[in-house]
Design a protein around this ligand. Structure first.
Ligand code: FAD
Length: 386
């Protein structure tokens, strides 16, 4: 018999992960159970995670797991990152901005950074001493990246940065921000520039009040005549769109990976809850409506898992097509939102109470259809290949 999770979802098909990935999973779970779960509601209340948690994660080797060891990282692969993303999703540990920092920003440095940039930032990021963020979105622009209005004016061996960014994950805690802007305002070409905390004219706005992800640090960033040395440019001038497009496939996969893990966990929670809860003398689970609803959810979860693991295999092999990553994000996010809503309904009034995992997971899941490219933008990407 293949191994099964408690709700009977077969995990046999997960040949994609090796033993070292599963060993790493144990380490991640220990960290989450001891360092995250007991404090998560406090962070949600405060709207931010203390820096000490970043340092502890760094000490335990849980940041920048894909970054080569020579730069202080874990030297792992996409499988290690996937394990981390899955476990954070299972615990609904949405306050931690680790994924943006480790799975996104550090990847930009590894892929496009100069040797000097890698040595300057990556070891500190892996240690949790320096928090990374990426700033594409602006108050007047999100989906249409080419119409960015943050400008990098050349001045000798510096760029002078002017503009504003909105909804930036890790914004308040950030020590280094990959900022997307244009050198030539008339051009559609984008450039990536790393702006560091403390640079004159760089300010962080208010911590944004959100309906979900309440513990996650999301803020606005402002740049007013910030002088940034040329050596802080990431890659070549004008090639930013190409870099973003390349990295966005993985960023979209992250949402799919998270969705699959969240659905599996909350399916089990819902089975447990409806088995215990008795209405009109019988467990809620025994009503045909519940059984059909959960049976369908299990079928969909199984299908999503197969697709996500196929995509994971392709990204590990270096051949995941952008439209397939868009499919993983679109289907994962939409399915997660629909199924979590069904699960919440089966919890009755308790499903609306924040102390229940389903309530928080339901509200936190909503953003999956929006960030890293909206569902509509994902459909556009897929439609281009029709
Ligand atoms: C919690 C949170 C964290 C975030 N973190 C970051 C971050 O760290 N860094 C960062 O840069 N950004 C971040 N974002 C921003 C996020 O990526 C954007 O919100 C998202 O890309 C959508 O952009 P927008 O909000 O400007 O929406 P808009 O682009 O204004 O979209 C409005 C509506 O128009 C639709 N639409 C847009 N284009 C099309 C089209 N071609 N066809 C049909 N419909 C279309 C959209 O789907 C949407 O329904 C974050 C957002 C949130 C909410």
């Amino acid at each position: 018999m293949p191994p099964r999770s408690r709700c009977g979802l077969e995990i046999r098909m997960r040949t994609i992960l090796r033993d070292d990935h599963e060993l790493f999973r144990d380490q991640v779970r220990r960290f989450i159970n001891t360092q995250v779960v007991p404090f998560h509601s406090q962070w949600e209340h405060e709207g931010i995670v203390p820096k000490s948690v970043w340092l502890e994660a760094g000490r335990q080797g849980l940041l920048c797991v894909m970054t080569p060891e020579v730069y202080g990282g874990g030297g792992g692969d996409y499988g290690h990152s996937a394990v981390l993303i899955e476990e954070l999703a299972r615990a609904n540990a949405t306050a931690l901005g680790f994924t943006t920092h480790s799975e996104i920003v550090s990847n930009y440095f590894v892929a496009y950074g100069s040797e000097e940039q890698k040595r300057r930032w990556l070891p500190q990021m892996a240690a949790g001493a320096l928090v990374g963020a990426i700033a594409m979105t602006e108050p007047g622009m999100g989906s249409d990246l080419r119409s960015i209005r943050t400008f990098f004016r050349r001045d000798g061996d510096h760029y002078v940065v002017n503009g504003a960014k909105a909804f930036i994950t890790n914004g308040i805690n950030s020590g280094v921000v990959v900022v997307v802007g244009k050198v030539d305002p008339q051009s559609r070409d984008l450039t990536l520039l790393c702006v560091e905390d403390g640079m004159e004219g760089f300010t962080k706005g208010r911590k944004l009040e959100k309906i979900g992800l309440k513990g996650q640090d999301t803020s606005e960033l402002f740049f007013d005549e910030v002088r940034v040395p040329e050596k802080n440019r990431l890659g070549d001038e004008g090639r930013g769109f190409r870099y973003l497009s390349h990295q966005l496939a993985w960023e979209r996969m992250i949402i799919g990976i998270r969705a699959a893990a969240s659905i599996e966990t909350l399916l089990q929670e819902t089975i447990d809850y409806t088995r215990e809860r008795k209405i009109f003398g019988q467990p809620v689970l025994d009503y045909q409506n519940t059984r059909f609803s959960l049976a369908r959810a299990k079928a969909e979860a199984t299908m999503l898992r197969a697709f996500i693991d196929e995509c994971l295999g392709e990204i590990l092999a270096g051949n995941l097509a952008p439209e397939k990553a868009a499919m993983a994000k679109l289907l994962g996010a939409e399915m997660q939102n629909r199924l979590l809503d069904d699960f919440l309904q089966l919890h009755g009034g308790y499903g609306f109470m924040s102390e229940y995992k389903i309530a928080r997971a339901w509200v936190d899941a909503r953003v999956a259809r929006i960030y890293a490219g909206t569902s509509e933008v994902m459909k556009e990407i897929i439609a281009r290949t029709l």
